[in-house]
Structures are given as C-alpha cells and as structure tokens.
Design a protein. Structure first.
Length: 163
C-alpha cells in the first residue's frame, strides 16, 4: 500500500534517479528539466512542491513518484488540474491509481474544489487508464494541442466532478 506525504530533503537522490529516465518524462510537461539535476531536486523539495497540493508517493518509505493538483484561478478557482508520475520500476502495480484516488478524495473532502481534471498526451494510454479507473470521464480531445520535442500530440481531457 502506498502513502502520500510531503517531499523531504532525503528524497533528492531518488528524484534525480527516477526523473532521469526518458520513459518517465516523455509525456510530462516540458517544465520538467531534462536532464534532472540535484539542484532541480532540491528546488522542487524546498519550493516547487509547495505550490498547489503536491504529495510524494512512497512505498515502504521509499519515494516512487509524485501526485499533485494545481487549483485554478479566478473563475476556475473551484477546479484543479491533477498530474502524477511514477518511477518506471513501479509501473503496472496500481500505485498511480491508488495515489490519484487518495489525492482526489482528500481534495474533495478538505477543499472547496468540485472539479478535478487531468490532461494526457495521446500516446499515453496507461495514464488514460489510470484516470478512467479512478472514475474520471473523458470530456474531449484537443487535436495537436501539445508540441514537445518536435512532435504534435492530441491532448485528452478527463474530469471528475464532486456531486
């Protein structure tokens, strides 16, 4: 069973190791530095992970990934965009779904956010499956909405609304 917690200084080396894997970062935002350095990890732990609602995903006290949601602004203030990643050795075991469900439940029960949405690059079928497994509904496909590393990708939008 996974746990969610704040990032800690001792997570830096695991962040560097896990995020210097192209398979992990290829469908993440270009905001993610590549290559990922110890300075990047230290900034994330001290500053970046303090923006929004961000949690380290751990398994047996070992950092295996990250899940977070960024609340919207102005008229979007009751929505948040969720995102997550796992180190490749931890794929396929249901950890991303567990983390997504846990963060979604926490947000709905402790904030005034009523809509959580996620965007997924077209080839990332595993991430789409995570959101669907967690009860998110596909709302639409934005064609050629993402451009990364010289390629266009369709962006699939999924959302879960608190009733």
């Amino acid at each position: 069973m996974i746990n969610l917690r704040e990032f800690l200084p001792e997570d830096a080396s695991a962040l560097v190791e896990l995020l210097n894997n192209h398979n992990v970062t290829r469908y993440l935002s270009s905001r993610m530095p590549t290559p990922y350095s110890e300075d990047d990890a230290n900034w994330w732990i001290s500053t970046g992970s303090k923006v929004g609602i961000v949690r380290a995903i751990t398994l047996n006290d070992e950092l295996i990934g990250c899940v977070g949601a960024e609340p919207g602004l102005f008229e979007g203030c009751r929505s948040a965009e969720i995102g997550y990643w796992l180190g490749e050795p931890f794929w396929g075991a249901g950890y991303a779904s567990q983390a997504t469900n846990a963060l979604t439940d926490m947000i709905f029960s402790t904030t005034d956010i009523v809509r959580i949405y996620g965007t997924v690059f077209d080839p990332n079928k595993a991430s789409m499956h995570v959101l669907e497994k967690c009860g998110f509904q596909r709302e639409g496909i934005f064609h050629k909405a993402c451009y990364k590393n010289g390629e266009f990708y369709d962006k699939h939008v999924f959302a879960k609304v608190q009733l």
